[in-house]
Write a protein that binds this ligand. Sequence first.
Ligand code: SF4
Ligand code: SF4
Length: 451
Amino acid sequence: MRRSRYVIAVPGPEGEYLFVNTFTGAMVIGTEDTLKILEGETDFCDEEMREDLVSAGFLTELTPKEETEAAFKKLESIRPVFKEHTLFVFILTYECNMRCDYCFQSYVFGRDEHWLQQKMTVNHVDAAFEAMERLNPDQQNPVHLFGGEPLIYHNYDLVQYILEKGTSLGKSFVIVTNGLEADKFIPLFEENNIISLQITVDGIQKIHDERKKRLNGTGSFQRIIKSVDRLAEAGIVVYLKTAIDHSTVRSLPAFMEFIADKGWIDNKYVIPFATPVRHHTEGGCYNFMATLQEEDLDFLFENEATYETFWRGLYPLAQKLGFMDNWFPQISYCRHNPSQTWFDPFGDIYLCTDSLGDKEHAVGTYYPELTFNEQYYQWRKRTTFDMKSCHHCRFAMICGGGCGHHTYHNKGGILKSDCSFSKQVEKIYYPLLWKMFRKVKITGPQLHTKW
Ligand code: SF4
Ligand code: SF4
């Protein structure tokens, strides 16, 4: 028996270790003795414990080569789990009625007005719904509305058409909006199947207004807060996102006080979460350290007012790293890339948030007809099945090859790997999430395989 190649040992406080099997998803908290057992340095191990460690994949009789082969064979057997086209997003327009310092789409704002003001037509919307039907008629996930800004009041008729048509087809919606004019759409939300809105407020007014300005350069804080108030009063769920970075993180407790005064803690309709600004970086959408430093994590963790909000913001990471029960091995880095289908106002389809509006990255069209180009087929190959350099990696099933958008621009192609996420995993993310689990007293890591 030897230690599985997929086991990561994360040192913790007081001689404890978190052991993770990145292939089975099993986790166990142990000690130096457990480490010795796994390393074969001691035979101190009762039979029951040995059986547990074997069944959870921590000990194996296979050679590393055999183990990799067995892992990929098993992964192959669940391939249908990794479905394509499960998330559909409508980019109504790239136009936005705000300008935020860190907007990941700021590269499109320099384009001419005519381009920016292009919006989906009725024909685009009809074609997008038809494409959804052809690509995945069974998908039940809410359709996302996105931009630019999807809820600009002068696009009311377009929003109405999308919501009414979607609702008549049995669809539900999530809307990612800056919130500035969102309350003006409440009558539409009340008549259609809206699951939630996501609105960003970046902290106390001074911080928010410095970073998130209206087109005329004035701050947007008061207007957005008013919008959230009205939405909550109307019984519409708002996920209130606070995008933090090293320069703002220490003001988060003051913002949490503001949230508490508003009655938005433990509120059914307003759910705050804090998440780091992170786009166009080496680690792409999972680089939670793009704009934070380790001391910021300690601050967020140690502050009673902030850790729960921060914890909510870490859910995607916790999910990716196997802290949730409904975990599956990852075959690609960011969802399964072809699972995301973004319809833009020019009739193009994209797969990656960091590339929206950048025609070079369009993977096909949905209007005037549904087509996919060579890039799409390349993205489909961007999985650990096809990326041979990732095959023998112990992080393969939690990493999935890294950010393809980054490798396209910096490493010579979509199919290159980028290991920057996995370098952060052992040192930062597992220790942090393990600490968070203890603090929020959620059921801790379990010694059982998750799939
Ligand atoms: S990108 Fe690097 S860390 Fe990620 S699976 Fe591939 S080889 Fe491993
Ligand atoms: S490839 Fe994935 S991780 Fe990278 S920017 Fe695009 S969506 Fe994000």
